[in-house]
Design a protein around this ligand. Structure first.
Ligand SMILES: Cc1cc2nc3c(=O)[nH]c(=O)nc-3n(C[C@H](O)[C@H](O)[C@H](O)COP(=O)(O)OP(=O)(O)OC[C@H]3O[C@@H](n4cnc5c(N)ncnc54)[C@H](O)[C@@H]3O)c2cc1C
Length: 253
């Protein structure tokens, strides 16, 4: 299993720029999406993230990383999906204070390891826990924007059906039958779709997902909080997937 190299804030290509919040959408009770229109376009690869910097009137600054949810093909800005952490510093600001028209500082794109493009081919196995689905969504939106039929499967672990970020869009992608399959692992809710599970990710679940692909996965990307990433990676290794093939992005927690 390989983890991404640390982001490089000293990279001279990275500079802070103002981005205006162009739209805010409530995705789930705990997650809102923010469309940012940056002063200069931010070309990126699906899976990369940006840093966000807030500055208080007294000069105090807070920086956090957020994966890009939109496809690189989208031209009106970049979308971030931010989960509200009750005791957090930055995420409650976005949920409770930020408004359309506000300017926020962004820099990026950051990260060259946790990326996928249609040219990389498949089968593609994506395992996301909670807001860890965000960079995987960018990959799937990119795949859809390119009209790709690369076999792809997303396992998305969420607490309940109502906590499934991008739910309608993901189910619509699945229903297109173009080689993409969605499975939900609901940890505090009963499964509603035949493809879904009503438990946390485990080795048997990963083995079942791998069996649903037309061939063994060539790319496996796992994103979420540390406990989810550990459990999903252990499950993948238990099914015989080579650790060197597993790419992870950890959000902390
Ligand atoms: C590369 C990268 C990409 C990320 N992308 C996203 C994204 O797309 N969407 C998103 O919502 N978040 C994302 N995060 C997490 C994000 O950077 C912040 O850590 C998160 O928003 C919490 O910030 P905060 O200031 O609200 O909370 P803080 O004040 O930093 O922390 C509050 C409390 O929550 C705990 N905590 C911090 N992060 C988490 C977490 N992820 N899960 C559970 N507990 C946590 C802390 O230990 C602390 O106790 C990403 C992180 C990384 C490293």
């Amino acid at each position: 299993m390989t983890d991404p190299p640390p982001s490089s804030p000293g990279d001279p290509k990275l500079h802070w720029q103002d981005a205006t919040i162009a739209a805010i959408t409530a995705d789930t009770p705990r997650v809102k999406s923010f469309l940012f229109a940056p002063a200069a376009p931010i070309p990126f690869r699906a899976g990369q993230h940006v840093d966000v910097r807030l500055t208080a009137p007294d000069g105090y600054q807070a920086e956090r990383s957020y994966s890009i949810a939109s496809a690189p093909e989208r031209t009106d800005g970049i979308e971030l999906a931010i989960e509200r952490l009750g005791d957090g510093e930055v995420s409650p600001f976005f949920h409770d204070v930020a408004e359309v028209g506000d300017a926020i500082e962004l820099r990026g794109p950051i990260g060259g390891h946790f990326v996928w493009s249609v040219e990389d081919g498949g089968p593609l196995l994506l395992l996301g826990g909670g807001s860890g689905v965000v960079p995987l969504m960018s990959m799937l939106r990119h795949r859809a924007a390119q009209g790709s039929h690369v076999p792809a499967l997303l396992l998305f672990s969420a607490r309940t059906f109502d906590d499934v970020i991008f739910r309608d869009e993901l189910i619509a992608m699945h229903d297109r039958n173009d080689g993409f399959k969605l499975s939900l692992a609901l940890t505090r809710d009963a499964p509603r779709r035949a493809e879904d599970f009503g438990r946390r990710v485990d080795p048997a679940m990963v083995a079942e997902l791998v069996a649903r692909l037309p061939a063994p996965p060539r790319h496996l990307l796992i994103c979420g909080g540390n406990p989810f990433v550990e459990a999903a990676a252990e499950g993948a290794i238990a099914t015989g997937i080579a650790p060197a093939m597993i790419r992870t992005e950890r959000y902390g927690g």
